[in-house]
Design a binder for this molecule. Structure first.
Ligand code: PMV
Length: 335
């Protein structure tokens, strides 16, 4: 019996995935291999649940190129990196069809909120589900990592560690603690929702080339990573607070000492730092971290969330605060 070919068969290879941004507590800044996008240091992060990227990937043999739509419109600035990531994915699974990708975020893009992390994590998980490729999370993290170093961490939920292996020639990303095992809360104080001035790759290369402190930054990272890992295992908030703030300020010190200097902060960023240090000094369980942008992320125990949110919202110049708990890794969803 001849079974008629389903006319929609070609367009059936589609799937939707969601992923959440992650926030590094021990920071990644610097590359040991630009071509391979290999980080010079390991990192440790928490994956959020309140902020979400949703991405639909549709592989279609009739397409002659990949197509990328962000928030319903063309996004020429991002399309090249999306195509490169899809190319990597196709190469890994032996696929040939081009894809149409539609993506959107429910939070401000490109403002130091790790939108590239959730973006590339959602992309590879949706591509994997669309083709039924069944890659292992570690393999998905590896593909996402080549597009954006921090994206490897958003494949996983909760507390995540990205470690250098093989003498720095490879990486391994894994969850070290489930989100429910230590449900920290996060308040993001948005101090400027415009796009950042210098992207992370350009910023890292400039820092490596020009900051006299860069070698010390790289050399001191493994100890920070070990200290943070141990603090997470022991659920020791004070210890995690101390090492996280130190890692953040060391990263910003190498940025500030680059030539020309990379100053990602604004005045409100500094005011938020002082507020949060003051709160911790009087016993409120909260600490700050800041990425390649002016937003301040406050990490706190759940009982301090209401106060931390209220106080940060009251800092002049804070445009708004976003509140989040810890969430799961990137995953396919219906849609
Ligand atoms: O993954 P990228 O290339 O966007 O770099 C991320 C760098 C920081 O956010 C500043 C630190 C980190 O570990 O996420």
């Amino acid at each position: 019996m001849i079974v008629p070919r389903d006319p929609h068969e070609r367009t059936m290879k589609q799937a939707t995935a969601i992923a959440h941004p992650n926030i590094a507590l021990v920071k990644y800044w610097g590359k040991s291999d630009v071509e391979q996008n290999l980080p010079a240091v390991g990192s440790l992060s928490i994956t959020l649940d309140g902020l979400t990227t949703t991405t639909r990937v549709r592989f279609d043999e009739s397409l002659t190129a990949d197509r990328f739509l962000f928030a319903g419109g063309e996004a020429p600035g991002m399309a090249g990196r999306v195509t490169a990531c899809l190319g990597d994915f196709r190469h890994r699974v032996g696929a040939t069809a081009y894809a149409e990708v539609e993506s959107d975020n429910n939070f401000p893009t490109a403002a130091g909120l790790a939108s590239s992390a959730s973006g590339f994590a959602a992309l590879v998980v949706a591509a994997d589900a669309a083709l039924g490729a069944g890659l292992h999370p570690g393999e998905l993290a590896e593909i996402a990592r080549r597009a954006s170093g921090s994206a490897a961490r958003s494949i996983f939920g909760g507390f995540v560690e990205l470690s250098l292996v093989d003498g720095g020639r490879g990486i391994e990303t894994r969850q070290i603690l489930e989100p429910a095992a230590w449900p920290l809360a996060v308040v993001v104080a948005v101090t400027d929702s415009g796009p950042k001035a210098v992207g992370s790759t350009d910023g890292m290369l400039l820092t490596e080339r020009t900051s006299p402190y860069y070698p010390a930054w790289v050399a001191s990272s493994p100890a920070d990573l070990a200290e943070a890992h141990s603090a997470v295992e022991r659920r020791d908030f004070e210890a995690l607070a101390a090492v996280s703030e130190s890692s953040c300020l060391k990263m910003h010190s190498v940025m500030l000492s680059a030539r020309p200097a990379l100053v990602y902060w604004n005045g409100t960023t500094v005011d938020c730092i002082h507020l949060l240090r003051g709160l911790r000094a009087v016993g409120v369980p909260v600490f700050f971290t800041i990425d390649a942008g002016p937003q301040v992320k406050a990490i706190c125990l759940p009982e301090a969330l209401e106060r931390v949110g209220r106080e940060l919202a009251g800092v002049p110049g804070v445009e708004r605060v976003l509140v989040s708990g810890l969430g799961g890794g990137a995953r396919p969803v219906a849609g």
